[in-house]
Design a protein around this ligand. Sequence first.
Ligand SMILES: [Mg+2]
Ligand SMILES: [Zn+2]
Length: 213
Amino acid sequence: MRDKAVFLDRDGIINKDIGYIDSIEKIIFLKEVPQEIKRLRAEGYKIVIVTNQSGVARGFFTEEKLGEINQEIVRKLKDEGAVIDKVYYCPHLPDALIEKYRLDCNCRKPKPGLIIKAAEELNLDLSKSFIIGDSERDIEAGKRAGCKAVLIQGRGSKVKGSKKGLKTEEEKLKSLKIRVKGLEKRVKGGKLKANKVVNSLKEAVDWILKENR
Ligand SMILES: [Mg+2]
Ligand SMILES: [Zn+2]
């Protein structure tokens, strides 16, 4: 029998989303994470992190450094009794600075590639699995892979482009237009909407455990 899993986004769910995280020192764990992972594991869920890390493609940090950071996250959580089965990341970007990572890949969320790869490698039943994220990209990736999706609102929930600060009015207007377009697309594609929107990881886990009873 295949296992069920809960996929967790990294930045904004496990640790604070403070932009591109290029060192271990920038990992600030969100408080409720270990206990909520333990609650899910107690109910038989595997725990898998799925994370977009375009900082690699942008040349902000190496894939090796990313590996160290992820390892440290897994180690610290394990110290708290919260076991992560595996971390899957996407280092790509279609217009990457680093040629090696310049790819319109299938694994950058909202595409479902990371989740599908995890399902194959870890023998997971995606129809019994969930994703918890703080952005629409996470939700869409999860839904496209056949999982149920829980959105934690009011965290990073950043819209593309907001990280670097937009300078001109023209840039702001362009960004707004993209947002509206994205929103329209999402509303039309209702099947890609979150199954549940919550305000905390605890609420997300409460809902998953209730939903799957
Ligand atoms: Mg996030
Ligand atoms: Zn990728």
